[in-house]
Design a protein around this ligand. Structure first.
Ligand code: 0PR
Length: 350
């Protein structure tokens, strides 16, 4: 094969992946041929995975965290729903989530035979608690809140959702797949230390600047994680809680390397830089007469006509649209002010 190169990040404005930190890239390469799914054989990477979970616990307000490094937010969300379903007594389980929840919950519902009930969001794209309450009943096994929504970067009222879940003996799951590495530097109340949260998704391969694949599922108790365990008779370890068998040691090692390099100082700096970029872009778009959804976390959505969005794509800009049709820009670490300046300059052609 020719030495084909991947895309560069020069014009990528819609992705939730980013350039891995150099230390993360290096660690990923070193651990390419390791499998944390077989800790008896690959002891070093198994040890690093414990370290990864411990660090994810530190970031999410959990001194002794349980969990593992998943293939991404999808797997973590599926597994959280699986925990909720397995621990509950009902044979007609439902999960209640805001309509802003990522489509991985639809996959979870389909796979696990769980009914997904989605509640409308309020005018600011956050879960509407009155609507969430109305959907919860005795068969609810989990109440899901999003901390950093995919389209608008919004944070649901997690403490209220956790209280509601506890009242119904359901678990509270927080999806901070994207937001988890920026939220520590905000005033939001979103993690185990702020509310009665049971399981949480946080992905190093998004704002964490690790290589793909590195997602995270974190929980406060071995009991909950054990809901996932199956026996593994021929491995040295006796049981396995992960969804996949052979897993990426590269992802695990790179997650640890990125977090060791960046937590907390580097992530804090990145948060401020990304937020400043998002606010700058929002102002520039508003000044040009577009309706902008003001960024709370570093995601900007703005009403643009479809032909403009299409034309910008033709010029190489990788931009995506929200379900409502707005242009959506995610200010990931590779998105610099100068990129945004040249994007806005291209916009000025219209
Ligand atoms: N939860 C939230 C809040 C997410 O935003 C996402 C992904 C997930 C869960 C699922 O995570 P994985 O994709 O790791 O399983 N959100 C992005 C999306 O669906 C994923 C993405 C990433 C899309 C990079 C494009 C891209 O280039 O839009």
């Amino acid at each position: 094969m020719q030495r084909v190169q991947p895309q560069d990040f020069e014009r990528v404005l819609s992705s939730m992946c980013t350039k891995p930190h150099p230390a993360a890239r290096d660690a990923a390469e070193r651990f390419l041929a390791t499998n944390p799914g077989d800790p008896g054989t690959y002891e070093t990477i198994a040890e690093l995975e414990r370290k990864a979970v411990e660090m994810l616990g530190t970031i999410t307000g959990l001194p002794s965290a349980e969990g593992y490094v998943t293939s991404g937010g999808t797997e973590a969300n599926i597994q959280a729903v699986r925990i909720a379903r397995n621990r509950a007594a009902t044979d007609q389980p439902n999960v209640v989530a805001p309509e802003s929840a990522h489509f991985s919950f639809n996959k979870a519902a389909d796979l696990l035979n769980v009914e997904l009930r989605t509640a409308p969001t309020d005018a600011d794209h956050r879960a509407d608690m009155a609507a969430v309450k109305e959907l919860v009943d005795d068969d609810t096994v989990a109440v899901v809140g999003v901390a950093g929504s995919t389209e608008y970067g919004r944070v649901d009222p997690i403490p209220a959702m956790a209280d509601l879940a506890a009242d119904h003996d359901a678990i509270c799951h927080v999806d901070a797949a994207w937001g988890g590495f920026v939220l520590p530097f905000t005033d939001h109340r979103w993690h185990f230390g702020h509310a009665d949260v049971d399981t949480l998704t946080i992905d190093p391969h998004k704002m964490g600047q690790a290589a793909v694949p590195a997602g995270g599922l974190v929980t406060h108790s071995t009991e909950l994680l054990d809901e996932l365990a199956v026996d593994t008779p021929y491995l040295e370890s006796k049981s396995q809680a992960t969804l996949t068998g052979t897993r990426s040691g590269a992802g695990v090692a790179s997650a640890v390397a990125a977090m060791e390099e960046l937590w907390p100082v580097g992530y804090r700096e990145q948060y401020h830089e990304s937020m400043e970029n998002a606010e700058w872009l929002a102002e520039e778009l508003a000044a040009r007469g577009h309706d902008v959804v003001a960024p709370d976390l570093p995601i900007v959505a703005a009403d643009m006509t479809s032909p403009v969005t299409e034309d910008l794509r033709q010029r190489g800009w990788r931009i995506s649209k929200t379900g409502a049709g707005e242009m959506r820009i995610v200010c990931m670490p590779h998105v610099t002010k100068s990129m945004l300046r040249s994007f806005v300059a291209d916009l000025d052609w219209y």
